[in-house]
Design a protein around this ligand. Structure first.
Ligand SMILES: [Zn+2]
Ligand SMILES: [Zn+2]
Length: 179
């Protein structure tokens, strides 16, 4: 079976034409893809132009370079990430730290369950939790015994071994400066 050289030439020509058309389409779509992708990742116009130029000039190796150097997160992901971080920081700020053992404690707790440090006191009139240094209940305006540095009020404990621990914790400077 032999081919007519003219037909062979025709087939080669058509094949080459298809290959060139395919590569051109691939080249254009990669440029378009890079353009769309970089737009979601940076607001910097210089970076956007650079990404498109690199892909346009280097074609497939350009795409590889772009994939390596492009910002890892899209602007949307970056935004979500910052929201999550903010929420996390907020929850950390909301929960107080025990001055005695540095464990996280609830802002409403009266004492630390881990080290038994007195954290808050209760108003005798309205029963709401208030900060230890306050000598007036902010909820009902009833004067309460304030915990001052000169005369620290030691938490009454039935366990005699707890008493010295409470005293040292109440003398702690950090204990008083804590909100
Ligand atoms: Zn504690
Ligand atoms: Zn009160």
């Amino acid at each position: 079976m032999t081919f007519d050289p003219a037909v062979l030439k025709q087939i080669t020509l058509i094949g080459t034409g298809f290959a060139v058309a395919f590569l051109a389409a691939l080249w254009l779509s990669l440029i378009f893809w890079a353009f769309r992708d970089i737009r979601t990742r940076t607001r910097d116009n210089f970076m956007r132009v650079l990404a498109v130029v690199v892909v346009a000039l280097l074609f497939l190796p350009g795409i590889l370079i772009y994939m390596i150097l492009r910002p890892a997160k899209t602007l949307e992901e970056e935004y979500q990430h910052s929201l999550e971080e903010e929420a996390l920081l907020q929850s950390i700020e909301d929960s107080a730290i025990c001055p005695g053992c540095s464990r996280r404690v609830d802002s409403e707790w009266l004492a630390c369950p881990s080290c038994h440090t007195r954290l808050k006191k209760k108003c005798e009139h309205c029963g709401r939790t208030i900060d230890l240094p306050w000598n007036l209940c902010p909820w009902c305006e009833t004067p309460v015994t304030g915990m001052r540095k000169e005369a620290p009020v030691v938490l009454q404990s039935h366990d005699p071994e707890q008493e010295p621990v409470q005293k040292t914790l109440l003398d702690d400077e950090e204990f008083y400066s804590h909100p």
